[in-house]
Ligand binder design. Structure first.
Ligand code: CTP
Ligand code: MG
Length: 191
C-alpha cells in the first residue's frame, strides 16, 4: 500500500473515533462534585460506581464529545476531498456523533460498576477494562444503530492498520489524560 493511502487511513481512523475519545478526557478535567450513584451502595455493600463517576464529568464529557463531533462535521462540509470519508453531512452522521460520546460515558460507568463488584476501590487499576470499556460500548452503540455503517467505516474503510492504530492511540491517550488529571489534582493516581 502507498504511504499516502496509509496516512489517509490513519487520519480517518482518528477522525472517526475522536467523539468517543473526548468525553473521558473532558470528564477528567471538568469532573468533580456529586457522584452519579449519589453515594449509594449496591446489594454487595460496595458503592455502585464510586466517587470517580460524577454528574459533572458525565454531562461535560457527553457535551464536549458532541461539540467535537459537530465541529468535525462542519469541517467536513468545508473541505472537498474525495479520498476522505468522515461522518458525512446526513442524519446518520449526526446520530453517530451523539452515540459515540454517550456510549463512551456509559462504557466508562459500566467499567467502574464492574470494578466495584470486583472489590476494587476507586482509582484501582484494571488493565484492558480501564482502557477499552468506553471504546467497546461506544462501538456497540453504533453497531446497534447502524451495523452497515459500523462495518463500512470501522472495518472496511480503515483496514487492519486503522484498527491497530486506534488500539495504540487509546492506550497512549488513556495514559496521557490520566497524567494530566493527576497533575491537575483531579485524580489520586497517575494511571
Ligand atoms: N470523572 C468524573 N466523572 C466521570 C468520569 C470521570 O468526574 N463520569 C473524573 C473523576 O475525577 C475521575 C477521573 O475523571 O477520578 C478519572 O476517571 P477514571 O479513571 O475513569 O476514574 P477513577 O477515579 O479511576 O475511578 P474508577 O476506579 O471508577 O475507574
Ligand atoms: Mg481509573
Amino acid at each position: 500500500m502507498e504511504s499516502e493511502v496509509i496516512a489517509i487511513i490513519l487520519i480517518q481512523s482518528f477522525w472517526l473515533i475522536l467523539p468517543a475519545y473526548t468525553p473521558n478526557s473532558f470528564a477528567v478535567i471538568f469532573g468533580g462534585g456529586a457522584p452519579v450513584d449519589g453515594g449509594k451502595m449496591h446489594a454487595d455493600g460496595r458503592r455502585i460506581f464510586g466517587d470517580g463517576k460524577t454528574w459533572r464529568g458525565l454531562i461535560s464529557g457527553i457535551i464536549c464529545g458532541i461539540l467535537v463531533g459537530s465541529l468535525q462535521i462542519w469541517i467536513e462540509m468545508q473541505i472537498d476531498y474525495a479520498n476522505f470519508i468522515g461522518f458525512g453531512p446526513d442524519s446518520t452522521g449526526f446520530i453517530i456523533i451523539i452515540l459515540l460520546p454517550v456510549g463512551a460515558m456509559v462504557g466508562d460507568l459500566l467499567g467502574s460498576y464492574v470494578k466495584r463488584r470486583m472489590d476494587k476501590p476507586r482509582g484501582a487499576k484494571l488493565s484492558v477494562l480501564d482502557q477499552f470499556d468506553f471504546l467497546i460500548i461506544a462501538w456497540i452503540f453504533v453497531l446497534i444503530f447502524n451495523w452497515q455503517w459500523f462495518f463500512e467505516r470501522y472495518i472496511y474503510d480503515i483496514h487492519i492498520f486503522g484498527l491497530i492504530f486506534i488500539i495504540v492511540l487509546t492506550l497512549l491517550l488513556h495514559r496521557f489524560t490520566n497524567i494530566i488529571g493527576y497533575k491537575l489534582g483531579k485524580k489520586k493516581e497517575p494511571w
